[in-house]
Design a protein around this ligand. Structure first.
Ligand code: 3PG
Length: 213
Protein backbone atom coordinates (compact mmCIF):
# COMPACT_ATOMS: atom_id res chain seq x y z
CA UNK A 1 0.00 0.00 0.00
CA UNK A 2 1.31 3.42 -0.88
CA UNK A 3 1.76 6.04 1.85
CA UNK A 4 -0.78 8.21 0.02
CA UNK A 5 -3.39 5.44 0.18
CA UNK A 6 -2.48 4.81 3.84
CA UNK A 7 -3.06 8.48 4.66
CA UNK A 8 -6.32 8.49 2.72
CA UNK A 9 -7.57 5.54 4.77
CA UNK A 10 -6.20 7.00 8.00
CA UNK A 11 -8.12 10.20 7.31
CA UNK A 12 -11.34 8.24 6.79
CA UNK A 13 -10.80 6.47 10.11
CA UNK A 14 -10.00 9.76 11.87
CA UNK A 15 -13.22 11.25 10.54
CA UNK A 16 -15.43 8.51 11.99
CA UNK A 17 -15.60 10.24 15.39
CA UNK A 18 -13.85 13.06 17.26
CA UNK A 19 -12.05 10.64 19.58
CA UNK A 20 -10.10 7.41 19.05
CA UNK A 21 -9.94 5.49 22.32
CA UNK A 22 -6.43 4.32 23.17
CA UNK A 23 -6.82 0.97 24.89
CA UNK A 24 -4.51 -1.01 27.16
CA UNK A 25 -6.38 -4.28 27.71
CA UNK A 26 -5.03 -7.00 29.99
CA UNK A 27 -7.80 -9.60 29.76
CA UNK A 28 -9.08 -11.10 26.53
CA UNK A 29 -12.45 -11.53 28.24
CA UNK A 30 -12.74 -7.73 28.41
CA UNK A 31 -12.26 -7.26 24.68
CA UNK A 32 -15.78 -7.82 23.33
CA UNK A 33 -17.77 -5.98 26.04
CA UNK A 34 -15.31 -3.08 26.00
CA UNK A 35 -15.48 -2.72 22.23
CA UNK A 36 -19.28 -2.94 22.34
CA UNK A 37 -19.48 -0.26 25.02
CA UNK A 38 -17.28 2.12 23.03
CA UNK A 39 -18.90 1.47 19.66
CA UNK A 40 -22.41 1.75 21.14
CA UNK A 41 -21.35 4.99 22.81
CA UNK A 42 -20.45 6.39 19.40
CA UNK A 43 -16.72 5.72 19.06
CA UNK A 44 -16.18 3.12 16.30
CA UNK A 45 -12.43 3.51 15.71
CA UNK A 46 -10.44 1.75 18.45
CA UNK A 47 -6.69 1.63 19.01
CA UNK A 48 -5.54 -1.44 20.92
CA UNK A 49 -1.99 -0.86 22.10
CA UNK A 50 0.43 -3.77 21.82
CA UNK A 51 1.49 -3.27 25.40
CA UNK A 52 -0.03 -6.30 27.05
CA UNK A 53 0.50 -10.00 26.33
CA UNK A 54 -3.23 -10.22 25.51
CA UNK A 55 -3.24 -7.41 22.95
CA UNK A 56 -3.23 -9.52 19.76
CA UNK A 57 -6.03 -11.74 21.03
CA UNK A 58 -7.90 -8.62 22.08
CA UNK A 59 -7.62 -7.30 18.52
CA UNK A 60 -8.91 -10.65 17.22
CA UNK A 61 -11.95 -10.52 19.51
CA UNK A 62 -12.70 -6.85 18.93
CA UNK A 63 -12.53 -7.28 15.17
CA UNK A 64 -15.70 -9.38 15.44
CA UNK A 65 -17.72 -6.54 16.95
CA UNK A 66 -20.12 -5.02 14.49
CA UNK A 67 -19.49 -1.40 13.69
CA UNK A 68 -15.98 -1.39 15.16
CA UNK A 69 -12.85 -0.41 13.24
CA UNK A 70 -9.97 -1.92 15.17
CA UNK A 71 -6.37 -0.83 14.89
CA UNK A 72 -3.14 -1.75 16.62
CA UNK A 73 -1.19 0.88 18.51
CA UNK A 74 2.37 1.15 19.77
CA UNK A 75 3.69 -0.51 16.60
CA UNK A 76 7.48 -0.47 16.90
CA UNK A 77 8.84 -3.33 14.80
CA UNK A 78 8.25 -5.26 11.60
CA UNK A 79 7.10 -8.18 13.71
CA UNK A 80 4.51 -5.96 15.44
CA UNK A 81 3.15 -4.98 12.02
CA UNK A 82 2.96 -8.60 10.83
CA UNK A 83 1.32 -9.75 14.07
CA UNK A 84 -1.18 -6.89 14.06
CA UNK A 85 -2.15 -7.59 10.47
CA UNK A 86 -2.58 -11.32 11.16
CA UNK A 87 -4.73 -10.55 14.21
CA UNK A 88 -7.09 -8.55 12.02
CA UNK A 89 -6.06 -4.96 12.69
CA UNK A 90 -7.32 -2.66 9.94
CA UNK A 91 -4.95 0.18 10.76
CA UNK A 92 -1.80 0.84 12.74
CA UNK A 93 -0.58 3.63 14.99
CA UNK A 94 2.98 4.32 16.08
CA UNK A 95 4.42 6.81 18.57
CA UNK A 96 7.11 7.81 16.08
CA UNK A 97 8.25 6.60 12.68
CA UNK A 98 11.28 4.74 11.37
CA UNK A 99 11.99 3.75 7.77
CA UNK A 100 11.84 0.09 8.76
CA UNK A 101 8.40 0.51 10.33
CA UNK A 102 7.07 2.45 7.33
CA UNK A 103 8.46 -0.21 4.98
CA UNK A 104 6.75 -2.95 6.99
CA UNK A 105 3.37 -1.22 6.99
CA UNK A 106 3.56 -0.53 3.27
CA UNK A 107 4.63 -4.12 2.52
CA UNK A 108 1.87 -5.57 4.71
CA UNK A 109 -0.89 -3.26 3.45
CA UNK A 110 -1.53 -1.86 6.90
CA UNK A 111 -2.50 1.82 6.77
CA UNK A 112 -0.38 3.61 9.35
CA UNK A 113 -0.94 6.73 11.39
CA UNK A 114 2.71 7.53 12.08
CA UNK A 115 3.81 9.68 14.99
CA UNK A 116 5.66 12.98 14.69
CA UNK A 117 6.63 15.69 17.17
CA UNK A 118 8.51 18.29 15.15
CA UNK A 119 8.36 20.17 11.86
CA UNK A 120 11.25 18.08 10.55
CA UNK A 121 9.65 14.77 11.49
CA UNK A 122 6.37 15.86 9.92
CA UNK A 123 8.17 17.04 6.77
CA UNK A 124 10.05 13.76 6.44
CA UNK A 125 6.80 11.83 6.66
CA UNK A 126 5.12 14.18 4.20
CA UNK A 127 8.03 13.76 1.79
CA UNK A 128 7.34 10.02 1.84
CA UNK A 129 3.61 10.60 1.28
CA UNK A 130 2.15 10.55 4.80
CA UNK A 131 -0.08 13.60 5.13
CA UNK A 132 -2.08 12.29 8.10
CA UNK A 133 0.00 11.92 11.25
CA UNK A 134 -0.28 11.35 14.96
CA UNK A 135 1.04 14.24 17.05
CA UNK A 136 2.54 12.46 20.05
CA UNK A 137 2.99 13.09 22.95
CA UNK A 138 0.66 16.00 22.33
CA UNK A 139 0.59 17.82 25.66
CA UNK A 140 4.21 17.15 26.59
CA UNK A 141 5.44 18.22 23.14
CA UNK A 142 3.83 21.63 23.24
CA UNK A 143 0.11 21.05 23.05
CA UNK A 144 -2.24 23.22 21.06
CA UNK A 145 0.10 26.23 20.65
CA UNK A 146 2.68 23.98 19.02
CA UNK A 147 0.22 22.19 16.76
CA UNK A 148 -1.45 25.46 15.78
CA UNK A 149 1.96 26.80 14.77
CA UNK A 150 2.39 24.00 12.24
CA UNK A 151 -0.90 24.80 10.47
CA UNK A 152 0.41 27.80 8.47
CA UNK A 153 3.67 26.37 7.15
CA UNK A 154 2.41 22.79 6.79
CA UNK A 155 -1.30 23.12 5.95
CA UNK A 156 -1.33 19.87 3.98
CA UNK A 157 -0.65 17.80 7.11
CA UNK A 158 -3.54 16.80 9.36
CA UNK A 159 -3.04 15.36 12.83
CA UNK A 160 -4.49 13.13 15.47
CA UNK A 161 -3.00 14.59 18.68
CA UNK A 162 -2.63 11.95 21.39
CA UNK A 163 -1.00 11.90 24.81
CA UNK A 164 -2.37 14.00 27.64
CA UNK A 165 -5.60 14.74 25.79
CA UNK A 166 -8.71 14.68 27.97
CA UNK A 167 -12.36 15.68 27.89
CA UNK A 168 -11.23 19.04 29.30
CA UNK A 169 -8.77 19.96 26.55
CA UNK A 170 -10.02 17.89 23.59
CA UNK A 171 -12.05 20.76 22.14
CA UNK A 172 -8.96 23.01 22.12
CA UNK A 173 -7.35 20.52 19.74
CA UNK A 174 -10.48 19.75 17.74
CA UNK A 175 -10.93 23.46 17.01
CA UNK A 176 -7.57 23.64 15.23
CA UNK A 177 -7.69 23.57 11.42
CA UNK A 178 -5.06 20.81 11.25
CA UNK A 179 -6.68 18.40 13.72
CA UNK A 180 -8.93 15.63 12.42
CA UNK A 181 -9.60 13.87 15.71
CA UNK A 182 -7.84 13.21 19.00
CA UNK A 183 -6.69 10.00 20.65
CA UNK A 184 -6.98 9.32 24.35
CA UNK A 185 -7.22 6.71 27.04
CA UNK A 186 -9.65 8.66 29.22
CA UNK A 187 -12.72 6.99 27.71
CA UNK A 188 -11.60 3.56 28.92
CA UNK A 189 -9.88 4.05 32.29
CA UNK A 190 -8.12 0.96 33.65
CA UNK A 191 -10.20 0.80 36.83
CA UNK A 192 -13.52 0.81 34.95
CA UNK A 193 -12.24 -1.86 32.53
CA UNK A 194 -11.01 -4.04 35.41
CA UNK A 195 -14.36 -3.63 37.17
CA UNK A 196 -16.27 -4.46 33.97
CA UNK A 197 -18.19 -1.20 34.27
CA UNK A 198 -19.23 -1.12 30.62
CA UNK A 199 -22.17 1.19 31.28
CA UNK A 200 -19.89 3.92 32.62
CA UNK A 201 -17.46 3.44 29.71
CA UNK A 202 -20.33 3.77 27.26
CA UNK A 203 -21.28 7.04 28.95
CA UNK A 204 -17.72 8.34 28.67
CA UNK A 205 -17.72 7.32 25.00
CA UNK A 206 -21.01 9.12 24.34
CA UNK A 207 -19.66 12.26 26.02
CA UNK A 208 -16.55 12.08 23.82
CA UNK A 209 -18.54 11.36 20.68
CA UNK A 210 -20.57 14.52 21.29
CA UNK A 211 -17.46 16.71 20.98
CA UNK A 212 -17.48 18.46 17.63
CA UNK A 213 -14.52 19.30 15.46
C1 3PG B 1 -0.62 6.43 25.28
O1 3PG B 1 0.57 6.54 25.12
O2 3PG B 1 -1.11 5.61 26.04
C2 3PG B 1 -1.52 7.27 24.47
O3 3PG B 1 -0.85 8.27 23.83
C3 3PG B 1 -2.63 7.80 25.29
O4 3PG B 1 -2.20 8.79 26.12
P1 3PG B 1 -3.16 9.29 27.29
O5 3PG B 1 -3.22 8.17 28.30
O6 3PG B 1 -2.50 10.52 27.82
O7 3PG B 1 -4.51 9.56 26.69
Amino acid sequence: MTPEMASHLAEEICRLAPVVPVLVVKEVAHAAPLAEALVNGGLPALEVTLRTPAALDVIREMSEIEGGVVGAGTLLTTKDVENAKKAGATFGVSPGATDRLLDACEANDLPLLPGATSATESMRLLERGYSVQKFFPAEAAGGTPFLKSLASPLPQIRFCPTGGVSLQNAMDYLSLPNTLCVGGSWVAPGDLVEAGNWGEISKLAAEAAALTS
